[in-house]
Ligand binder design. Sequence first.
Ligand code: T6T
Length: 326
Amino acid sequence: MKKTFIGLLVISLILVAAQGAFAADKTIKMAFMPGIADPFYFTMEKGAQAKAKELGVELIVGEYPKAWGPESQVPILEALAARGDIDLIFTAPTSTEALIPVLKKIHDGGIPIITVDTYIGDGDYTTQSNYSFPLAFIGTDNYLGGKVVAESLAKLIGGKGKVMIQNTNPDVSSVVGRGKGFMDGIKGSPGIKLVAHEYCLDNQEKAQAQVGAVLQKNQDLAGVFGVNVFSAQGAYRAIVNAGLTGAVKIATWDATEDLINALKKGEVDLVLAQKPAEIGSLAVEWGYKYLKDGTKIPDKKLVPGFFVFTKDNVNDPDAQQYIYSK
Ligand code: T6T
């Protein structure tokens, strides 16, 4: 009995040591699989590539999906894993539930996973569950950002009036968090009424049509929250087309050049910028540390902050760093 225990202990120690042990002369190869082709993920890739270059890591980037969702993402992830030469994958799961099986299979096949921007399950990777296998989640505090946006929009509309949320998907952690934060944030202003919460499935034309339809029914709409690149870009275009620039206040999320230019023109009132380059850089840095010597991210979570652009700071030299790349 005692011998078996000691034997098991020795095997476990060898396995633990082997996990982080990487031959000094082997180039680490990581793969990044973005959520969709958009400036947020292009900027994340830039940050990741810069850190990879600094550390001598080879970074393979999976094909950028043209549409959001597991149908596009799963085959690309499977192809990356099937190459057989990837040491770690970091990816933005396009669904909290639908991505669990494929990521678990890749992990069980020996490739560690970090999720960036979005998480699987409820994002708690510290409690044992069928989705706690990733090394970590690295991304924005979307709930907090949603609350900040709500409080700012409330001020812009004088604490009262009808508002809507133009969202993308009901099963994606990032945008769900933003929506929840916003809904809790407006609770502080009893005069504000949420009249619509639309989902465009990350399609800008659809977002524009949805905001247009809500405007038709609510001609006294006071404010809109566009929760990400395509929903925000579609939302402000609908307001401009309706000739309501300035009358309907628009708070948007993601600092694309399009949204920043719209802010400068007064067609948008607020742009929340995430820090995608930092997220990509942290994923490479911590993936590298883990592969080199088994160092793990404390609490399996890293949360870079965000920056809020308004017409008052949009031209500040210090703020320019937060605009996403094309
Ligand atoms: O807002 C980002 C990202 O954080 C979100 O998860 C999905 O949409 C974007 O990529 C912007 O389009």
